[in-house]
Design a protein around this ligand. Structure first.
Ligand code: TEU
Ligand code: CA
Length: 538
């Protein structure tokens, strides 16, 4: 049964969801206390960003033990209780599987750096290059070198991400066996599957120099290689025993390369998170003006809708700025939140809602760099300051790109710290707009973004055409996107206006939904209006 084709999946960033014990850090008992919220939203599964023990250099994406829970978040018993309590509400739990790298605090790394068998080759170790330089010319993802010298071992180790995230070496067969054990460990506890972190980078074919590029030199030695496909097929054999689900986070994929990773005949992943539609909002660094081009965005979506039979749909996650200021307009905050919800929940594929998206949370309102936590932002800040970029400009760049934008605590109500924690200070600042943007207010308001999400989730449950129907685009201009979903004789049209000005579309039909009050639809869309129409005569 492909339950994931009918479900909406909700991403929780545990550190920022709900604190239960007043230490300022979200935790698993906190999540359990909020399961009713997710049930009300109509969520079929929850993906938890990492909850494993971790030194938190990259907030849990640097794992030091794959078979335990970070004491900050709770215990294995809490996790078991979460799985059980979620199940009682018809919600499955997905774990984050981060197996491209481990924390250097993992005991595998401790043993590997001391050359203790069988761990000696668990990581990519290499001596200095001939003239005493780094082993190769690769560059990493986080604005730092990707080689780090280790005194204990007397060699460099590879890290594509932060210095404390050492890349695992899949040329060493034991590594994959360890990963299979990790899968069984969690699947036996009742987890329904995994979101697989940067999963198309696992296999490095060699450590030879890469072709010089502006960013990520060395990419051709590890991007979506056959060795990775082979690993995924081996993991699939374990997963199939549990009928488990996987979504892969896959960087730099095209529909063609994505199909190789998640095509139904491939026996690898069930779906992937691709990035092309997220890259339609470049900034002119010179003027730092946002240049979101709706048409390019629609075209990217259309391309992926057409070329893959099924895929993951998302507009937000813990690595990206919030979607309202990014793709729409804070000036039309409510309309924009609902418009983006309409897009997310009516495309073909499995929609992923990121925590806070359902109440229209927006980017952080920090006053300065000292309020940042994200390792990437701090590295970028250091790099720009080494290049003598003035502070004001640095701050503007970081504000627009920082991953902390999406990581501020969930805004539950308008009490202290938005109901996230009773601590005086949460681990990361709460956005001061919580007086206006919070769940409690929106629950009381049938016209809120939250109510709209609930309503559309219900509509999606009722109308199979919105889940399983095929996708056909009808209009795609520099601000208007119109498409149709069709299943048998059922047909529904969605029309979206991504602009501050009214727009005309050449469609009619019975109005099912609009994010404005109106009786019928005459073809004229108001600013940031989204309508869903029932088509006739098909
Ligand atoms: O992200 C990998 C990744 O490549 C992109 O999200 C992006 O390059 C990065 O965030 C730049 O903004 C995954 C996780 O989602 C992220 O949180 C981790 O930091 C990273 O892997 C390393 O595990
Ligand atoms: Ca806590």
């Amino acid at each position: 049964m492909e339950w994931w084709k009918d479900a909406i999946i909700y991403q929780i960033y545990p550190r920022s969801f709900q604190d239960s014990n007043g230490d300022g850090i979200g935790d698993i008992p906190g999540i359990i206390s909020r399961l009713d919220h997710l049930q009300e939203l109509g969520v079929g599964a929850v993906w938890l960003s990492p909850v494993y023990p971790s030194p938190n250099d990259d907030n849990g994406y640097d794992i030091s033990d794959y078979k335990d829970i970070n004491p900050e978040y709770g215990t294995l018993e809490d996790m078991d209780r979460l799985i059980l309590e979620a199940k009682r509400r018809g919600i499955r739990i997905l774990m984050d599987l981060v197996i491209n790298h481990t924390s250097t605090a993992h005991q595998w790394f401790e043993k590997s750096r001391r050359r203790i068998a069988p761990y000696t080759d668990y990581y990519h170790w290499a001596p200095a290059g001939p003239d005493g330089t780094l082993p190769n010319n690769w560059t990493g993802f986080f604005a730092e070198d990707c080689w780090q010298w280790d005194d204990v071992r007397g060699e460099y180790y590879l890290h594509l991400f932060a210095r404390s995230q050492a890349d695992l070496n899949y040329h060493c067969p034991q590594v994959l066996e360890e990963v299979k054990e990790i899968l069984r460990f969690w699947l036996d506890r009742g987890v329904a599957g995994f979101r697989c972190d940067v999963i198309n980078l696992l296999w490095k074919d060699s450590l030879a120099d890469g072709e010089k590029r502006l960013a990520l030199t060395g990419l051709e030695h590890y991007l979506s290689l056959e060795g990775t496909h082979d690993i995924l097929r081996q993991l699939r054999q374990v997963l199939d025993g549990y009928r488990a689900f996987t979504v892969g986070e896959t960087v730099f994929v095209t529909p063609e390369t994505a199909r190789d990773l998640c095509g139904p005949d491939r026996g690898e992943l069930n779906m992937v998170f691709s990035f092309q539609h997220m890259e339609c909002d470049q900034y002119f660094v010179k003027w730092l003006k946002r240049d979101f081009r709706p048409k390019r965005f629609f075209e990217a979506l259309i391309k992926w809708q057409r070329e893959l039979p099924w895929n993951a749909i998302y507009l937000e996650n813990h690595d990206q700025p919030r979607s309202i200021p990014r793709f729409a307009s804070e000036g039309y905050w409510r309309e924009s939140g609902k418009l983006l919800a309409t897009l997310l929940l009516t495309l073909r594929g499995t929609p992923f809602i990121y925590q806070g998206q359902e109440i229209g949370m927006v980017d952080f309102d920090f006053d300065g760099a000292d309020q940042l936590d994200d390792v990437e932002s701090r590295n970028v800040d250091r790099l720009l300051s080494a290049c003598h970029v003035p502070e004001g400009l640095r701050w503007r760049i970081i504000r627009r790109t920082s991953r902390d934008n999406a990581r501020t605590p969930f805004q539950w109500d308008d009490g202290p710290n938005a109901g996230f924690t009773t601590a005086a200070r949460p681990w990361l600042g709460v956005n001061r707009n919580f007086h206006f943007v919070n769940l409690a207010d929106q629950e009381a308001d049938p016209d809120s973004i939250w109510s709209w999400y609930k309503d559309l989730a219900a509509l999606r449950r009722e109308r199979e055409v919105l889940r399983r129907g095929d996708f056909l685009w009808l209009e795609c201009t520099h601000r208007v996107f119109v498409y149709r979903r069709r299943l048998g004789r059922e047909s529904v049209t969605v029309a979206l206006n991504f602009s501050d000005r009214p727009a005309w579309v050449g469609r009619r039909g019975t109005l099912l939904r609009s994010n404005y009050y109106r009786d019928g639809f005459d073809g004229r869309l108001r600013p940031w209006e989204a309508v869903i129409l029932e088509d006739h005569g098909n």
